[in-house]
Design a protein around this ligand. Structure first.
Ligand SMILES: [Zn+2]
Length: 153
């Protein structure tokens, strides 16, 4: 969402500041720590790479599926419909994936992926099409980014 605010408003600095301010208020009122929100938004807005080469490298790294990574925000699609599960983890992704699969075997109704299959028993989860959307070592940042992506998809 922040990236969207950023790219939509490149030529209208004032409006961009307003959107960033609104976003930060939204996150603070949803219970995020205000200091963390400021730090994360600052890092988004001011530490963006200036040249395209850096940006491209970053995208390449983020789009490699199924490598052993931790601190990621990931997306797992349904092979049958448009359902996407967006989640984050501080652990190695393959361990988190095993947890999801265990939750499905245990019919864990707190698990979003299990609930999709419970409601649509003829659907299949495309585990092999999992992609990483982003990563961050900071818990608050990961949760915020997860919210951005849930909002986008
Ligand atoms: Zn489905």
């Amino acid at each position: 969402m922040l990236h969207r605010a950023h790219s939509l408003c490149d030529e209208e600095e004032g409006q961009k500041d307003e959107e960033v301010k609104l976003l930060s208020h939204a996150f603070i009122s949803s219970g995020y720590n205000p200091k963390e929100v400021d730090r994360i938004i600052d890092s988004y807005v001011f530490d963006k790479p200036d040249n395209n080469t850096q940006a491209e490298n970053r995208t390449d790294t983020l789009c490699i599926p199924y490598v052993r990574r931790k601190n990621v925000i990931y997306k797992i699609p349904c092979a049958t419909c448009d359902f996407l599960y967006v989640g984050e983890t501080s652990h190695w992704f393959d361990e988190r994936e095993s947890q999801h699969k265990r939750s499905m075997r245990n019919c864990d109704s707190n698990n979003g992926i299990y609930m999709h299959i419970a409601n649509h028993p003829d659907h299949t989860i495309a585990w092999e099409k999992t992609t990483f959307l982003d990563y961050d070592r900071n818990f608050y940042a990961r949760r915020m980014k997860e919210s951005f992506y849930i909002d986008i998809f």
